[in-house]
Structures are given as structure tokens and as C-alpha cells.
Design a protein around this ligand. Structure first.
Ligand SMILES: CC(=O)N[C@H]1[C@@H](OP(=O)(O)OP(=O)(O)OC[C@H]2O[C@@H](n3ccc(=O)[nH]c3=O)[C@H](O)[C@@H]2O)O[C@H](CO)[C@@H](O)[C@@H]1O
Ligand SMILES: C=C(OP(=O)(O)O)C(=O)O
Length: 416
């Protein structure tokens, strides 16, 4: 099993090109199921989750062409299976995203229930409730959601803001008979990117980016070409690395306008940030100042940046309070950071982080995707050697992280 070995304490300075967003690429690849024509995607990140989605779609009969690793052509003209099997869903929860489009186009779908994961229980009851409101018959049997029926437009109010829930229901609604309104919809940039791709495919959608999305069903969608939006979480992760390490970084192919809450917190920590249309630069000349934060749905501070910011706070001047309101078990990185010398006390959904002057390298274990990223940042600033085990989590969501970080001076390598 691969591990990452990091020799910390060195300076970080240089440029990194940001990849397309995992959380936009996964639903948009699934949108390929909505048409028999070819959907051409560019800026697709090279990630394990993208590979899993490719396998999932190919298992259903979708033809997937990838001449260039970042460009995909999907053609769902000869579907052979309407099922997402447990073996794939258990490695990637986002597999649930085939439910809405498959049901909408073929009137039937059978998708394994994802179950819980390291960060929380993560039920999909809102996806199911919304599809039922649109007239789907849903049976849960043998660990699978079996859905059938011709969908019709409905008014759906979700109990909480759910990103993949909104995406699944939006993809179901584009081919439903009549108008669907999703209220309390997620406003995340990845939901907007999916809506923009669907519109290029002929869907009639308005209100994406607000909490009320209105979808007027059409008879069929057609092919289109779409570039995946840049990954704001990958961007934020490298910005946190440069902040914690008191370094400098210029990030290319990214977008500052979709991550204001994170940029504000970095400025509050003392970073000097500039941005243009497709780049962000960060210069950190001092030890970071501790900043309080609370995770909430977009446009507030994202849960997917909480772990990385905990590492910044761990080496900051002062004490901070971090409150996680989205997932009930998303502090698994805290005890690993403590093993590296951090002073963090957690109780329920709150972590109190007392900044220390130095972390020290250690062997630590990655428990989930962003926890792994927080340990990488800790390894970069720690004295001595850090070895991070179980980095398959990292490969789900970061494209060649060790190469990108080496490019700005980090002493980091993948070892077996
Ligand atoms: C592939 C993808 O895009 N993943 C992102 C997506 O996950 P995902 O879409 O799974 O997360 P949700 O937005 O659905 O979850 C938000 C909260 O709602 C709860 N919930 C959700 C659906 C439901 O039917 N019932 C229910 O109770 C969840 O357990 C969680 O507590 O949004 C999360 C929140 O921004 C991010 O951390 C993930 O990176
Ligand atoms: C929680 C995350 O992803 P997923 O929903 O794919 O588990 C994440 O990207 O941080």
C-alpha cells in the first residue's frame, strides 16, 4: 500500500495548476446517462473517484473514450444495465448520482445504498423523498434502492441542504413531465456547473446558484461540450499549505469568485492574497493568526476545508474554535495532529485548537480524504520526517498531490 513520506520545515514557493473539481466531475459524468448523444467533457481531473465513475458507467454500457486523461467522451446509446453494484458504490458514495438520471431516462434503476462512511452516517433519504414526490415507486431491498416509474414535475422542499441530493433531483427532473421546483436547494458552485452542463444539453433550468431551482422537463437531451469548473477545495488546500508554511504560491486555472469564505479566513489569518480571472496568489510573511470558523453550506465556509484549516490553526498564534455543522464525525484528523504535537481538544462538533510553535514529524494514518490533506500540510511544516499511511483516500480527490507540492519546493515522495 502506498504511503507519503514528507521531510518538513522547508520553504514553499512556486506555481501550481489546479485540476477540475471532483465534486463537479462526478455528477457531470453521470449526466452522460441522460442522452444517447455524445457528451464531451474537458478539464476532468485524473482521480480514483473519476476512474470509479468511469467503471460504473462502462458497467452500465456507456461508451467512454479518453484519448487525453483530462478529456472524456461519453455515449450512453446502448445501455446494457440499469444497476450500480455494491462493489463500486462501497468505494465511492457519489455512485448514488446515477439514480436520478437512469430513472429519468429509462424509467427504472437499481442502485446499492451507500451506507455510512468515516465522516458520518450520510443517509440518502432526501434523494428518495424527492424522487417519490416526482412519482417514482421506491423499494429498498437487499441493500439496494430499486426505483421505477415515469417521473412528473413536483414541488420538493428538502429537509436540509444536500449537494448530491439537489444534483440527483435536478438530473431526474430534466426529463420529467412538467415543472419541478427544488426548494432549499444547494447553491454550491459544483451544482451550478452541473446545471450549466445540463442547459448546454438542452435542459430548461433556472435559479441554479440560488436556493430555489426550477426545472421544466423536456422530452430528450442532446450532446454537448463542457469544461469542468476548477476545484475550489484543491485550491484551498494548497493555499492552506502555503499559509501554514509561511510561503508563497501562485495557483493557475482556478477561480477566486467561488471561494470567498475561504479566502476571507486566510486573509484573517494574515495571508496577502491577490486574484485575477483564473489565478490566485498568496504570500504569507508571518506565523498565521488563529481564526475561528464554522462550516455551513455554500457560500459559507465549506466542511471540505475544515481539516486543512485545523492544521493552519494548529501552528497559529492564539487559540481558535472550529465548529463542524455538516458531518457528525469529521474530526478524525485531530488525534493524528495531536500525535504530531498539536494541542487540540474536541467535544461534540467543536474543536478548540491552541496554536503551538512547532509540530514534529511522525507516522500518522489518513482516515478520510480531507483528513489526509490536513496531515500532508502538517507534514510540510513539521520538523523531521512524517509518513502518512492509507493515502488511497487522498488519491480519491487530489490529482498527483506529491508532484504538485514537489513543484513548489516540498520534499515529499510516494513510497510503497
Ligand atoms: C461528491 C460530492 O459532491 N460530495 C460532497 C457533497 O457530499 P453529499 O452530497 O453526500 O453531502 P450532502 O450535502 O448531501 O450532506 C449534507 C448533510 O445532509 C445530510 N443528508 C444528506 C442527504 C440526505 O438524503 N439526507 C441527509 O441527512 C448528510 O448526512 C449531511 O449531514 O457535499 C458535502 C457537503 O458540502 C461535501 O462534503 C462532499 O464533498
Ligand atoms: C467528503 C468528500 O467527498 P465524498 O462526498 O466524495 O465522500 C470530500 O470531497 O471531502
Amino acid at each position: 500500500m502506498d504511503k507519503l513520506k514528507i521531510n518538513g520545515g522547508g520553504p514553499l514557493d512556486g506555481e501550481i495548476t489546479i485540476s477540475g473539481a471532483k465534486n463537479a466531475a462526478l455528477p457531470i459524468l453521470c449526466a452522460g446517462l441522460l442522452t444517447a448523444d455524445t457528451l464531451r467533457l474537458t478539464n476532468v481531473p485524473q482521480l480514483r473517484d473519476v476512474l470509479t465513475t468511469q467503471k460504473l458507467l462502462q458497467g452500465m454500457g456507456v461508451r467512454v473514450m479518453t484519448d487525453n486523461v483530462h478529456e472524456f467522451e461519453l455515449t450512453a446509446s446502448q445501455i446494457t444495465s440499469l444497476e450500480a453494484p455494491y462493489e463500486l458504490v462501497k468505494t465511492m458514495r457519489a455512485s448514488i448520482l446515477v439514480l436520478g438520471p437512469t430513472l429519468a431516462r429509462f424509467g427504472e434503476a437499481r442502485v446499492s445504498l451507500p451506507g455510512g462512511c468515516a465522516i458520518g452516517a450520510r443517509p440518502v433519504d432526501q434523494h428518495i423523498k424527492g424522487l417519490q414526490a416526482m412519482g417514482a415507486e421506491i423499494v429498498i431491498e437487499h441493500g439496494y434502492v430499486k426505483a421505477s416509474g415515469k417521473l412528473r414535475g413536483a414541488r420538493i422542499v428538502t429537509d436540509m441542504v444536500t449537494v448530491t441530493g439537489t444534483e440527483n433531483l435536478m438530473m431526474a427532473a430534466v426529463l420529467a413531465d412538467g415543472v419541478t421546483t427544488i426548494e432549499n436547494a444547494a447553491r454550491e458552485p459544483e451544482v451550478v456547473d452541473l446545471a450549466e452542463c445540463l442547459i448546454k444539453m438542452g435542459a430548461r433550468i433556472t435559479g441554479h446558484g440560488t436556493d430555489t431551482i426550477v426545472i421544466e422537463g423536456v422530452k430528450a437531451l442532446h450532446g454537448a461540450t463542457h469544461a469542468i469548473v476548477p476545484d475550489r477545495i484543491e485550491t484551498g488546500t494548497f493555499l492552506c499549505a502555503a499559509t501554514a508554511a509561511q510561503g508563497r504560491v501562485v495557483l493557475r486555472n482556478t477561480r477566486a469568485g467561488i471561494m470567498e469564505a475561504v479566502l476571507d479566513k486566510l486573509r484573517e489569518a494574515g495571508a496577502y492574497i491577490e486574484a485575477g480571472d483564473d489565478w490566485i496568489s498568496l504570500d504569507m510573511k508571518r506565523r498565521p493568526k488563529a481564526v475561528n470558523l464554522r462550516t455551513l453550506p455554500y457560500p459559507a465556509f465549506p466542511t471540505d476545508m475544515q481539516a486543512q484549516f485545523m492544521t493552519v490553526n494548529a501552528v497559529a498564534e492564539g487559540t481558535s474554535v472550529i465548529t463542524e455543522t455538516i458531518f457528525e464525525n469529521r474530526f478524525m484528523h485531530a488525534p493524528e495532529l495531536v500525535r504530531m504535537g498539536a494541542d487540540i481538544a474536541t467535544e461534540g462538533n467543536t474543536a478548540v485548537v491552541r496554536g503551538v510553535e512547532k509540530l514534529s514529524g511522525a507516522t500518522v494514518m489518513a482516515t478520510d480524504l480531507r483528513a489526509s490533506a490536513s496531515l500532508v500540510i502538517a507534514g510540510l511544516v513539521a520538523e523531521g520526517e512524517t509518513v502518512i499511511d492509507r493515502i488511497y483516500h487522498l488519491d480519491r480527490g487530489y490529482e498527483h498531490i506529491e508532484r504538485k507540492l514537489s513543484g513548489i519546493g516540498a520534499r515529499i515522495e510516494r513510497i510503497s
